[in-house]
Design a protein around this ligand. Structure first.
Ligand code: TTP
Ligand code: MG
Length: 356
């Protein structure tokens, strides 16, 4: 046996009733009402999603709108605004960017983040997830749920555990206990048809799968059997698939008490600078072209100042801080951010994109 493999820290973030939550946020008169986003019933439309009030009536995604309206006659059905949802999704991804470089978006409202080598919050993935959800709520007015675990599968499953607006951690010590109780239908990739097939062999939970030898699972179910053998033991070695090319990199901190003078911001500036340098070292192939500082004042107004820069330079941030602060000199600051913009670079993924 080789030495113990270092445990990874994966966060799965999933927005709560994403499209519906955006519609309610943008039209407060819908607050408290059952709301769905989807196609009209007279056009044989289906529901894309609905809020939690509508879910109490049994309404759910992919249901015919006409049926949903029979279950819940007062249901407000709103046509979707994809471009708008895409814009909000982009805003959320920009928030993720502040926490790690290893991000795999799964859909508009969902992503995996690998924070194994992050030093933020002393490396606590639980606190990082909490802070991501706080930032999403502050900046978009929407709630997200998160799962924190040593791999993608467990993180995704547990992000559902405390939905909406909650999070769940499965630490390496708790994996065993968590999977023992897990029904197979919770495993991503196990759909209705597969479940019926598994049930014929008496397989309904991970504990059932664990009692069947691996060879038998593979004989009966092929690759699926191998996948189930692993998942039932809490194993998932898949890495995150990341393909995006970053345009910028920034780190920021919200203070528990507003800061009122330059001296009191210096420790935060110092540690943010250390974090930014550390993150930049992971992009040795990229050249920067700008440095920015961002301040959020006590009255929540945000200002940014940027200057050209080819090489990360601490003194430049020291110079930009008073310039930014002079825009609201009577205010304290509740947030400080440091960032850089990269020079555009041509990468393999850029070249591949037009092919598809
Ligand atoms: P989900 O994350 O599956 O659902 P949700 O965010 O609406 O609700 P939950 O709180 O349970 O996470 O999907 C994200 C968005 O994708 C959803 O808001 C609408 C869209 N979607 C469809 O258009 N059709 C579908 O069948 C599903 C499942 C989702
Ligand atoms: Mg969601």
């Amino acid at each position: 046996m080789l030495g113990k493999i270092m445990s990874r820290k994966i966060i799965h973030v999933d927005m709560d009733c994403f499209y519906a939550a955006i519609e309610v946020r943008d039209n407060p008169s819908l607050t408290g009402l059952p709301v769905a986003v989807g196609g009209a019933s007279d056009r044989r439309g289906v529901i894309s999603t609905c809020n939690y009030q509508a879910r109490t009536f049994g309404v759910h995604s992919a249901m015919a709108t006409s049926f949903a309206q029979r279950l819940c006659p007062q249901l407000k059905v709103i046509p979707g605004r994809m471009q708008h949802y895409q814009m909000v999704s982009k805003q959320i991804r920009q928030i993720f960017d502040r926490y790690t470089d290893i991000i795999e978006p799964l859909s508009l409202d969902e992503a995996y983040l690998d924070v194994s080598s992050s030093n933020l919050f002393d490396g606590s993935a639980t606190l990082i997830a909490k802070d991501i959800r706080r930032a999403i709520k502050n900046e978009t007015g929407l709630t997200a749920s998160a799962g924190i675990a040593p791999n993608k599968f467990l993180a995704k499953v547990c992000s559902d555990e405390n939905k909406p607006d909650g999070q769940c951690v499965v630490s390496p010590e708790r994996v065993e206990q968590f999977v023992q109780l897990l029904p197979l239908k919770k495993i991503p990739g196990v759909g209705k048809v597969t479940l019926e097939r598994l049930a014929k062999y008496g397989l309904c939970t991970c504990a059932d799968v664990r009692s069947m030898p691996k060879t038998e699972l593979i004989r009966l179910f092929g690759n699926l059997g191998d996948m189930l053998y692993q998942r039932a033991r809490g194993i998932d070695q898949r890495l995150l698939t990341t393909s995006r090319v970053r345009k910028s990199l920034s780190v920021e901190r919200t203070f528990s008490v507003d800061l009122n003078n330059t001296i009191s911001t210096l420790p935060a500036l110092e540690s943010l600078y250390t974090e930014l340098s550390r993150r930049l070292e992971k992009h040795p192939e990229r050249q920067i072209c700008n440095q920015q500082i961002k301040l959020k004042f006590s009255d929540f107004k945000v200002t940014t100042v940027e200057r050209q820069s080819n090489k990360l330079n601490r003194l430049l941030f020291d110079t930009l801080l008073p310039i930014a602060w002079s825009r609201s000199p009577d205010q304290g600051i509740r947030l400080l951010g440091l960032g850089v913009t990269f020079k555009p670079s041509i990468t393999t993924s850029d070249i591949q994109l037009p092919l598809f």
